[in-house]
Design a protein around this ligand. Structure first.
Ligand SMILES: *Cc1c(COP(=O)(O)O)cnc(C)c1O
Length: 220
């Protein structure tokens, strides 16, 4: 028998609380973002029924097909967590309560314009490509400080933190620590880091949000 989404959520929440306590933090100091990409609406409904209220999707189109209809009967926050093309900025602003992947000036322009048009201001995280991987979204380490400063003056309090996805084949700790130091330096309180394979390590390094997909919804 396979575990239900509710069972998986319970296990993940317990592991998060234990990792937070082990790090000397409050058990409820970490927000679980349930990443439902590729999974059907039925899976999202199961998670909602189990009390999950924060979701992540990495494709705007998929988010659009799954989430708006749920807003009539459910309260939740939707996070856009995938790299964004500028032509998707307006949809991201319309759909998302949080955009975690602001990573370049042109996208900042597009998001600012979309906020004005939609009359909606999602909270924003800057994604940093901490491994400086060519194929990955995220501002480079070298450009991070300048971009963070620009976005702070442009978006003010809507910019709340930083996000990263470390390279698959490396120890994530140096990446998580680098991001935590950078957030502290800029006075940004939110740190989105850690996925199914490494969220406990991320919490030990200071993550306040963890983005967990397969450990909740099963493999993709
Ligand atoms: C898919 C995805 C996750 C979740 O990954 P799992 O390994 O399934 O937990 C987290 N963050 C981002 C940006 C993703 O695309």
């Amino acid at each position: 028998m396979t575990a239900s989404i509710a069972d998986n959520l319970r296990v993940v929440r317990d592991r998060i609380a234990e990792a937070a306590i082990a790090a000397g933090r409050a058990p409820d100091s970490v927000t679980l973002v349930a990443v439902s990409k590729t999974k059907p609406v039925a899976a999202v409904l199961e998670a909602l029924a189990a009390g999950q209220t924060v979701f992540g999707e990495n494709r705007v189109q998929e988010a659009d097909s799954k989430f708006p209809a749920l807003r009539a009967d459910h309260r939740f926050d939707l996070h856009i967590i995938g790299g964004l093309q500028t032509n998707k900025a307006r949809d991201a602003v319309r759909l998302g309560d949080v955009i975690e992947t602001l990573d370049r000036p042109k996208l900042a322009d597009a998001i600012a314009a979309a906020m004005a048009k939609e009359g909606r201001q999602p909270r924003l995280l800057i994604e940093v490509n901490t491994g400086d991987e060519a194929q990955k979204s995220g501002v480079s380490r070298a450009d991070a400080d300048g971009f963070i400063n620009d976005c702070k003056s442009r978006f003010g309090g809507r910019l709340i933190g930083l996000m990263c996805v470390p390279p698959h084949d490396q120890d994530p700790r140096p990446h998580f620590n680098w991001l935590a130091n950078r957030a502290a330096k800029h006075g940004l309180a939110t740190l989105s880091m850690g996925m199914s394979a490494d969220f406990e390590i991320a919490i030990a390094c200071g993550a306040t949000w963890v983005r967990v997909g397969s450990a909740i919804f099963g493999s993709r």
